[in-house]
Design a binder for this molecule. Structure first.
Ligand SMILES: Cc1ncc(C[n+]2csc(CCOP(=O)(O)OP(=O)(O)O)c2C)c(N)n1
Ligand SMILES: [Mg+2]
Length: 327
C-alpha cells in the first residue's frame, strides 16, 4: 500500500529526491560551464518534482524507462551519483563501463532499464518489460517517461494501443514541458492536452500539475496501484516547464522571457521546500543539513569519476554483440 500524499513522510521523501536531482543538475551545469566535463546535456531543471514523486511511488523492483533528458528519472529511481558521473565522463567505473555515455544510462539492479535518445523509442520497450512481468506473473510495474513531442511519434500510438489491449502493467508518464526541441507545444498539435488521447485506445488518461508534489504523487500512486493489480495501463500527462532550453548552451530565443520568468518564480523545488517548512513538516536546519550531505556525496562522486581510468581499447567490443567477435 502506498502512503497518502498528505503524509508528511511522503512529502519529505519527495523533497529529498527532488533536492538530489536539483543539486546534481546544478553540479553538471557548473562542470560544463567551467570546462571540467564535455558532454551533451539535456537539463532537467524545473522537472524535478514529478520525477521525485514517481521515485517515491515505485518499488525497488519496478522498472523505469526514460530519455536523453532523464537524469531526474534515474536519480529518482535511486541511481547513485558515482556510476552516473563516471559514465558521463566515460570512465570504467561508469554505469555502462564508460561506453554508454550520458544518453544511455542503465542500472538494471535498481530497475533503470533503458535510457534512449530515440524520441518515443522507449514506449514499445516499456510494453516489452510490462509484458515480461505479466507473463512471469510478477507484480512489478514499468513507468515510461517521455515528452510532449514524443506523443506525436507513431510509436506512442502503437504502444498505447497494445498496452490497453493486453492490460499491460505500464504507466505512460508524459512530461509535458511545453517544448519539443525548439518548437512550442501550441505549434505542433491541435489538441490542447495529450491525456485525452488515451480515450482513443480505451485507456484511462489524466492531466495533472506535475510541479505539485501531492497532486502528481496521488495520480501516480493510483496509476501504479492499478497496474500492479493487473488492471492495465494509464496515460498520465504531467504539466511542467523546462527552465533551461533543450540542451545546455541552447540560446532559448524561442522561449518568451515572461514565460520563463513566471515559471522560475514558481520553482517547484523551492515551493515544496517552503511548503514543508510552512506546514511544520521540516525545519530549515534539517533541510540545509540534507542538502549539505547531498553536495558532499556529489563531491565524492565527481572526484572518484575523475580519478578512474578510461576503458581499455581491448574493451571496445565487449558487451556490444551477443557473441564476441573473433579478434
Ligand atoms: C525519432 C527521433 N526523431 C527526432 C529526434 C530529434 N529530437 C531529439 S529531442 C527532440 C524533441 C523531443 O521533445 P519532447 O518529446 O517534448 O521531449 P523533451 O526534450 O521536451 O524532454 C527531437 C525532435 C530524435 N532524437 N528521435
Ligand atoms: Mg517536451
Amino acid at each position: 500500500m502506498t502512503a497518502p500524499a498528505t503524509d508528511p513522510q511522503v512529502l519529505n521523501r519527495i523533497y529529498e529526491l527532488a533536492a538530489r536531482i536539483r543539486l546534481c543538475d546544478e553540479r553538471v551545469i557548473k562542470m560544463l560551464t567551467g570546462g571540467e566535463m564535455a558532454i551533451i546535456y539535456y537539463p532537467v531543471t524545473g522537472q524535478e518534482v514529478l520525477a521525485a514523486a514517481s521515485g517515491a511511488v515505485l518499488r525497488a523492483d519496478d522498472y523505469v524507462v526514460t530519455t536523453y533528458r532523464g537524469m531526474h528519472d534515474q536519480v529518482a529511481k535511486g541511481m547513485p551519483f558515482g556510476p552516473l558521473f563516471a559514465e558521463y565522463m566515460g570512465r570504467v567505473s561508469g554505469a555502462c563501463k564508460g561506453k554508454g555515455g550520458p544518453m544511455h544510462i542503465t542500472y538494471p539492479e535498481l530497475g533503470i532499464m533503458v535510457t534512449s535518445g530515440i524520441v518515443g523509442g522507449g514506449l514499445p520497450i516499456a510494453n516489452g518489460l510490462g509484458w515480461a512481468a505479466q507473463l512471469l506473473g510478477q507484480d512489478r510495474v514499468t513507468v515510461v517517461n517521455f515528452g510532449d513531442g514524443a506523443a506525436n511519434i507513431g510509436a506512442f500510438h502503437e504502444a498505447l494501443n497494445l498496452a490497453a489491449l493486453w492490460d499491460l502493467p505500464v504507466v505512460f508518464l508524459c512530461q509535458n514541458n511545453r517544448y519539443a526541441e525548439h518548437t512550442s507545444y501550441a505549434r505542433s498539435q491541435r489538441n490542447e492536452q495529450v491525456a485525452p488521447r488515451a480515450e482513443g485506445y480505451g485507456m484511462a488518461g489524466v492531466t495533472v500539475d506535475g510541479n505539485d508534489a501531492a497532486a502528481i504523487y496521488s495520480v501516480l500512486a493510483e496509476a501504479v496501484a492499478k497496474a500492479r493489480r493487473g488492471e492495465g495501463p494509464t496515460l498520465v500527462e504531467a504539466m511542467t516547464y523546462r527552465f533551461n532550453g533543450h540542451y545546455f548552451g541552447d540560446p532559448q530565443e524561442y522561449m518568451p522571457t515572461e514565460e520563463k520568468k513566471a515559471a522560475k518564480a514558481a520553482d517547484p523545488v523551492k515551493a515544496l521546500r517552503r511548503k514543508l517548512i510552512d506546514e511544520g513538516h521540516a525545519n530549515e536546519e534539517d533541510l540545509a543539513a540534507l542538502e549539505a550531505r547531498i553536495r558532499a556525496e556529489l563531491d565524492e562522486a565527481v572526484a572518484a569519476a575523475k580519478a578512474a581510468p578510461m576503458p581499455d581499447l581491448a574493451e571496445l567490443y565487449t558487451d556490444v554483440y551477443a557473441e564476441e567477435l573473433a579478434s
